[in-house]
Design a protein around this ligand. Structure first.
Ligand SMILES: Cc1ncccc1N[C@H]1CCCS(=O)(=O)C1
Length: 105
């Protein structure tokens, strides 16, 4: 059911936050200090914002949670070179998420 589904999302968010390659995604990108980010990335998203949304019951199902997690990684790919430190972390984190999400289904 959706309650259990959202509990699984909360558990999975904890795994994302504690992953060794999560560091670029733990807090919102600083729009004042990262040149170009505000203009280029229309919908910023990060793990702390997702946690707030879970706590405030802003997700009605796992789909909304999954969409926000994917937004984190899509923003990362748009702004960062694939072979940059942050770009590489984004690919690793997306692969990790996709595997765990598939295991939940
Ligand atoms: C995900 C992302 N995309 C583009 C630029 C920066 C970031 N993340 C930053 C978040 C704060 C710490 S950091 O500044 O090292 C990395």
């Amino acid at each position: 059911g959706s309650t259990n589904e959202l509990e699984e999302c909360h558990q999975l968010l904890g795994e994302l936050e504690t992953h060794q390659d999560a560091w670029p995604f733990l807090q919102p990108v600083n729009l004042k200090t990262v040149p170009g980010y505000k203009k280029i990335v229309k919908k910023p998203m990060d793990f702390s914002t997702i946690r707030e949304k879970i706590i405030n019951k802003q997700y009605s199902s796992g789909e909304g949670f999954k969409d926000d997690v994917n937004l984190v990684f899509d923003n990362c790919e748009r702004f960062n070179e694939d072979n940059s430190e942050i770009g590489k972390a984004g690919h690793i984190m997306r692969t990790f998420f996709d595997k765990r999400w598939t295991e939940l289904l």
